[in-house]
Each structure stands twice: as C-alpha cells, then as structure tokens.
Design a protein around this ligand. Structure first.
Ligand code: NAD
Length: 500
C-alpha cells in the first residue's frame, strides 16, 4: 500500500535500512494497518514524513490480549534468557544508531548529535536492565516465631501499559520497556502520535533480537481511545506514564478503578541556582546544556535561572555570548545546536511566557522572537529581571528561553526554588562544599545536579517528588517498578533432628 508522504522529505532521510521506517502498528508480532491514518510531520520543514494507522479501542484490546497471552511464557523464561535477548536488542540499536538518529531528528526536530546521544542513552537502558534482569533478588527474613520462616519473592507484575511523550522518542520508551521485559512483564506501548517512528523502529530491532510475538506491542493512534483501554482494562496490571502533569493525573485517576500499579514521570520547573562563588565557565556551560538542549523541551530543563547578585552581570554577559553562538537549523542539513519547536502550540506558549515576563518588568538580552515567519523556529533567548511571579518562573516553558532572576541570600533562593508544586530536577553551582550539601538536602526535588547541568544516566534513579511524579526509572530501583513483592510464610512442624 502506498501512503501519502513527501518524497523529497523521505529521500532526505537516507536510511541505510529503509525498512526501519514502519507505517504500521506492531501487535502480537504482526504489522497492523488501518483505514484512517495519522500524518507524521517533520517540524523542521512542516512536510509529511509518513503516516501511521489511527487505531482505537478494539486494536488496543487486541494488543492487551496478546500481551496477556504472551506473559506466562515470557515470565517463565530464565532471567538469563531474557537478559541475552535484551543484550542482542541493545547491540542492534547501537549498530543502527545512525539510522535511528536520522529518523528521530526528522520526526522530532532535535539536532542530529543530540539524536545520536539519545539513541545511545536509550540503548543504555536496554543494556543496563538486561544486566539487572539477573539480579531481581528477593529476601529471607528471620521468622517472627521459632517455627516460622519468611521468604520474599520478586515476581513480574504482569501486563504493563506504557504511554510516552514526543520529546525523547526513544529513551522514554526504553526506560520503561527494558525494565519491564527484564522483570518478565509484557508490554503494550502507546508512543506519542507526533513521534511514532522511533518507537516502531525499536520494535523492528526488538523482533530481530528475539522478542517473541506479543511480548512488546505498539498501538498507534489518537490518545483518548487507546488510553481509555490501557487505564481501565483489568488485564493491565501496571500503568506507566511519561508526559505532562495534567494528563498524567487524569490517567492515574482512571487507573484506580482497577487499582493498577502506577508510575508517573511528569513535568518539572527546575531551578538553576548560581552562587557568587561558582565557577563561571562551568555554570554557563551547565546552563547551556540544561536550558537549550532539545530546544528547551526536556522535563529536566532549567526553567528558572536564579543568580546571586555578585555574579549576576558577569554570568548574564557570558551566557548571552554563548547563546548568540548557538547554531539554529535543520539537523538533517548539517551540524546544529538547536532545532525547531515541536509544533505551533509550543511556539505560542513560549511567546505568551515572554510577553508575560516583559509585562512584569523583564528585559530581552538576546533573542525573544520567532525566527522567520514560517514554521516553529524560535530564537535562543535570554531575559533578565524576570519577576518571581512571572509565568516563566511558575510554569514549565518548554522552550529556548532562559529567564534570569537575581537573588541575595541562600535562604531566599532556597525558599524561591521550593515554591512550586513541581519537584523533578534542580541544579546548584557553588564551590562551597558545605553549601552544596545544605542546598542538596534542602531542595525539594527528586534530583539535584551539583556543578553540572547534565544528570541523566541509566545507572541513577530518575524521577520527581510532589506533583512531578511517582516512582523512579533507571538504576536498580527502576526494576522494582515492574516487580511485585510476594511474602511466603512457612510454618514448620515441631521436629527433631533425625538420626537416619
Ligand atoms: P502529554 O501529556 O501531552 O503527552 C504524553 C503522552 O500522553 C503522549 O503519548 C500523548 O499522546 C498521551 N496522551 C495525551 N492525552 C491522553 C489521553 N487523554 N489519554 C491517553 N494518553 C494521552 O505530554 P507531551 O507534550 O508529549 O510531553 C511533554 C511533557 O512531558 C512535559 O510536561 C515534560 O516535562 C514531560 N516529561 C516528563 C519526563 C519525566 O521523566 N518526568 C520526561 C519527558 C517529558
């Protein structure tokens, strides 16, 4: 079947393995198409890259049924067998890193170097959890009575439903799917409708690695009907979501009808705090990495840059110079540092936040406007004197805008940083070890970067507190999200040692 897509756009992909681009959902080991199609566009050009089927409740139920049917055999395999399949999957993802990165840049817009970095990061979760599969150790607890013995087993929770966002089209998937499969669970994934191709390419390689039919399923289509099944079907034991806070809250509430296990990775409002004694170069580089990576569209992006008055002007000047040197452009055309925003709504939000900040007394130091009158390009921007009450400081901006806020004391900045319902990532730059430790303990966040703007890795627990989420992904803790504890209590009959 031929589908509508822009031939030039498709040719520009120049995939070494064109079959990695799939325009079908992946259910029970088969590629499933549909009558109605959803177009996937390249945000850098606005052109149609391809289509995926707009599946609904019936196909989602099929996928859940397939995952439920595949679960007993997959769970019964030895941890080593599952581990070896995950290892092969990791190797295949790394072997096709260039193709996966080009596909990601085309559907999501991020610079090619960042896409290559994400593919390796995504593969890292597969490798890590393949290794962890063999270490789902239980425990032996001293009995509470002389004739009692207590053992705790860890068992896979069952069928896992996963819903993921567009900003990291591969890593947000493997951070869930790899631990789930390692634990012995089976998965139904609903990737973002904006970036389904990275997900589908992962499924191609997963099958090649030896994942049996039904163990990993992908349903493409509009969110609501698919989400309705995934959050209410009693066969789904666990629901894991990464995305915005309002959607996560709504879906988690729907899961309570069948008391599913729920993990949530939601939005942040990260403070990026620079003290007078910070290493200026490190702080500026940290701010660039944290704020402008993925065009400011990461959940751990610095959202508020809180800078102590003694270093404020020097930091601002250095930051502006660095920001003005960022290369904005289409990642498929050559080396770039910043791509387009994901869509028109994202541009409108950035514009609204800037207008609100300016109305509250902020000033533009660089950027501040769209780049060109077409598409979703936005200038990398720095504002100063942003009022603490500005939208820029209170909501996740999700765009390339660094808003500077001046502060005087440690107590003042800690209060400012914690004055939010979000609690995902935070950053502190200081050369005073005592202060770094005090701030680290005082910040009400799941993650604190001390003198670094890059904190994500498969080996550490990633996640938020307050309204930024529930549970952790990555690290050995990430496996527990897909394991149930089962306690077995053995009552011994009174016996004597026997001689024969
Ligand atoms: P989003 O909430 O709009 O969408 C996330 C996913 O939910 C998508 O797959 C979407 O299709 C789906 N969805 C939306 N409405 C739904 C419904 N009614 N039923 C079922 N599914 C539904 O978020 P987004 O714009 O894709 O992603 C950006 C957000 O994700 C930001 O807030 C960002 O901070 C957050 N995020 C968090 C983390 C983290 O680890 N904490 C990581 C990446 C992104």
């Amino acid at each position: 079947m031929s589908h509508p897509h822009d031939p030039a756009e498709r040719a520009r992909l120049a995939l070494k393995r064109p079959d990695l681009l799939r325009e079908a959902a992946w259910i029970n080991g088969a590629w499933v198409t549909g009558e109605t199609l959803i177009e996937v566009t390249n945000p850098a050009t606005g052109k149609v890259l391809g289509v995926v089927p707009a599946l609904g409740e019936a196909e989602t139920q099929d996928a859940v049924a397939a995952a439920a049917a595949a679960f007993p055999a997959w769970a019964a395999r030895s941890a080593r067998e599952r581990s070896l399949i995950l290892r092969r999957w990791y190797e295949l993802v790394m072997a096709h890193r260039d193709d996966l990165a080009r596909l990601m840049t085309a559907e999501q817009g991020k610079p090619l170097a960042e896409a290559q970095g994400e593919v390796a990061y995504a593969a890292g979760f597969i490798e890590w959890f393949g290794e962890e599969a063999r270490r789902a150790y239980g425990e032996v607890i001293p009995g509470h009575l002389a004739d009692k013995r207590i053992v705790v087993l860890k068992q896979p929770v069952g069928v896992v439903a996963a819903v993921t966002p567009w900003n990291f089209p591969a890593a947000m998937i493997t951070r869930k799917v790899a631990p789930a499969l390692a634990a012995g669970c089976t998965v139904v994934l609903k990737p973002s409708e904006l970036t389904p191709f990275s997900a589908l390419a992962l499924a191609v390689l997963g099958e090649e690695a030896g994942l049996p039919a039904g163990v990993f399923n992908i349903v493409t289509g509009p969110p609501a009907p698919i989400g309705a099944v995934l959050t209410t079907d009693a066969r789904v034991a666990k629901f894991t979501f990464t995305g915005s806070t309002p959607v996560g809250k709504m879906l988690a509430a729907a899961c309570m009808g069948t008391v599913k296990r729920v993990s949530l990775e939601l939005g942040g409002n990260a403070p990026f705090i620079v003290f007078d004694d910070a290493d200026l170069d490190a702080a500026v580089e940290g701010a660039i990495a944290s704020k402008f990576r993925n065009t400011g569209q990461t959940c751990v992006c610095a959202n508020r840059l809180l800078v102590q008055s003694g270093i404020h002007d020097a930091f601002a000047a250095r930051l502006v110079a660095r920001v003005e040197a960022l290369r904005v452009g289409d990642g498929l055309d050559g080396p770039t540092d910043q791509g387009p925003l994901i869509n028109a709504a994202a541009v409108a939000k950035v514009e609204a936040h800037i207008a609100d900040a300016l109305a509250g007394g902020a000033a533009v130091m660089t950027g501040g406007a769209r780049r060109g009158d077409q598409g979703t390009w936005f200038e990398p921007t720095v504002l100063c004197d942003v009022a603490p009450a500005a939208l820029l400081n209170r909501e996740e901006t999700f765009g390339p805008v660094a808003g500077l806020v001046r502060f005087e004391t440690e107590a003042e900045v800690l209060a400012m940083a914690n004055d939010t319902r979000a609690g995902l990532a935070s950053y502190v730059f200081t050369r005073d070890l005592d202060r770094a430790w005090r701030m680290g303990e005082g910040l009400q966040y799941g993650m604190v970067g001390l003198n670094t703007g890059l904190i994500s890795t498969e080996v550490a627990p990633f996640g938020g507190i307050k309204e930024s989420g529930l549970g952790r992904e990555g690290s050995h803790f990430g496996l527990d999200e897909y394991l149930e504890l089962k306690m077995m209590c053995l009552g011994l009959r009174p016996t004597q040692l026997q001689d024969s």
